[in-house]
Design a protein around this ligand. Structure first.
Ligand code: ATP
Ligand code: MG
Length: 412
């Protein structure tokens, strides 16, 4: 089979064939994405191992093996390598050097080089310029700020803008909106003068993302783009149904995402986020924002609304199994459940009315088993599916009302 020879071609020394169910698969990181990966792998008959120092990590608690070490700890990595036939990651800030260490003895997907690009907005933007351009998609106008000279040389037309740290940003953290040069200088010093990117503030009509899976042999499949609504920099709602985006934009986003994966010979599941900006045209223009070298929050609906989920494809890609083209069988809306849902307006803690939510037709509740609810913390998500878009919107509206969720206006 071609997949097995490709595994060898990539220099993944210990594998000479497709890794079949019964083997143990490892994941770096024990958060909710790791947990949903573990669920998918176990359903297929794999054993799982999670590397995460937190004894209460959501994935660690449901995995056959949980290795309680830091991500760079040689002992932890050695244990993982000993147990596993292949390893993947669930968060992009895993040290690339740890993935490199593992890759010396077993297949690691995605590889260290791809993860290193996704960890750094500056490298990521160069990669997008080199790859997404083939699909006619560009990055937001931006400037790299690593030195005081670069700070002072920022072109005036990038303001107002958003100053983003090059590394370690997520859920809107490490970002400051700036209106003018004085605010920019202040923001950069508040960010401790670390390498940053200043992006022009764009007039967003919408946001969307594409999830791609690519195998060792280069076979690539993708989900149709889903539309995302953020509240305070955090994903609140994902809409996945025909008509959420214009077909021409959707096709271009999918082509750009595949080109981005292809260009670095990515192996695994990759999410590419896009902005749809108002350029005066009817549907707007696409701008590529960033990529995540793993399944993504905006793809959680695939578990309940598609015949193969982003986590299934993560398992398939890393093991060299074939990558079936996913088919969405139901329109879907995903509502993120942040810790805020566990507090009432007066700030008192409460238990959300799960019984009422679960009484709704096509309601799929996913709670990640986190012990403590904190505001802004991703605790779970709710996917609503139905026979048509109108009914899905109606049940999503009811769920949002029961749980008092923000951001649902975006689904109108
Ligand atoms: P994530 O959780 O997706 O990793 P992040 O912290 O890496 O988030 P971005 O995706 O860069 O941050 O930005 C978060 C949100 O801020 C975007 O989804 C978008 O709503 C808004 N935003 C970011 N950049 C711009 C821009 N250049 N113009 C307008 N809005 C922007
Ligand atoms: Mg983002």
């Amino acid at each position: 089979m071609s997949a097995s020879s490709s595994l060898l071609d990539k220099g993944s020394a210990s594998v000479s064939a497709v890794i079949l169910p019964g083997a143990t698969l490892g994941v770096m990181g024990g958060g909710q994405l790791g947990r949903m990966f573990v669920h998918a792998a176990q359903r297929l008959g794999y054993f799982t191992a999670v590397l995460d120092p937190d004894p209460f990590s959501p994935a660690g608690r449901v995995s056959h093996h949980h290795i309680h070490f830091g991500y760079s700890d040689a002992q932890g990595l050695a244990q993982l390598a000993l147990l596993c036939a292949a390893v993947t990651t669930e968060f992009e800030n895993v040290p690339a050097s740890a993935l490199q260490t593992l890759a010396a003895t077993l297949p690691v997907a995605p590889g260290a080089a791809a993860v290193a690009i996704a960890q750094d907005r500056i490298q990521e933007k160069s990669h997008f310029t080199a790859s997404a351009g083939v699909a006619g998609v560009t990055c937001a106008p931006h400037a790299v700020i690593k030195t005081r000279e670069q700070l002072h040389a920022v072109p005036a037309d990038l303001l107002p803008g958003i100053l983003k740290t090059a590394r370690m940003g997520y859920d809107g953290k490490g970002q400051v909106r700036v209106r003018n040069a004085a605010e920019l200088a202040k923001a950069w010093s508040e960010l401790e003068c670390v390498p940053c990117v200043l992006e022009k503030l764009l007039p967003l009509k919408a946001e969307c993302s594409v999830i791609v899976a690519r195998g060792w042999d280069g076979e690539t499949v993708s989900f149709a783009p889903q539309r995302n609504v953020h509240v305070d920099g955090i994903l609140a709602v994902t809409e996945a149904f025909d008509g959420a985006l214009s077909p021409a934009l959707a096709e271009r986003a999918q082509a750009a995402a595949c080109a981005i994966a292809q260009h670095i010979e990515y192996v695994g599941v990759l999410c590419v986020e896009f902005f749809v900006i108002d350029d005066g045209s009817e549907h707007g223009a696409l701008v590529v924002n960033e990529m995540a070298p793993r399944p993504h929050n905006s793809g959680h609906y695939t578990i309940d609304a598609c015949d193969v989920s982003q986590f299934d494809l993560q398992v398939h890609a890393m093991t060299g199994l074939p990558l079936p083209k996913p088919r969405q069988h139901s329109p879907a809306i995903m509502l993120n459940l942040l810790g805020d849902v566990w507090f009432d307006a007066a700030g008192n803690s409460r238990t959300p009315d799960w019984a009422a939510v679960l009484a709704l037709p096509g309601s799929h509740l996913h709670l990640y088993g986190k012990t403590e609810a904190r505001r802004g913390r991703k605790m779970g998500h709710l996917t609503l599916t139905g026979v048509d878009v109108a009914s899905v919107k109606a049940t999503a509206r009811q769920a949002a009302e029961i749980l008092d969720l923000p951001g649902f206006e975006g689904a109108e």
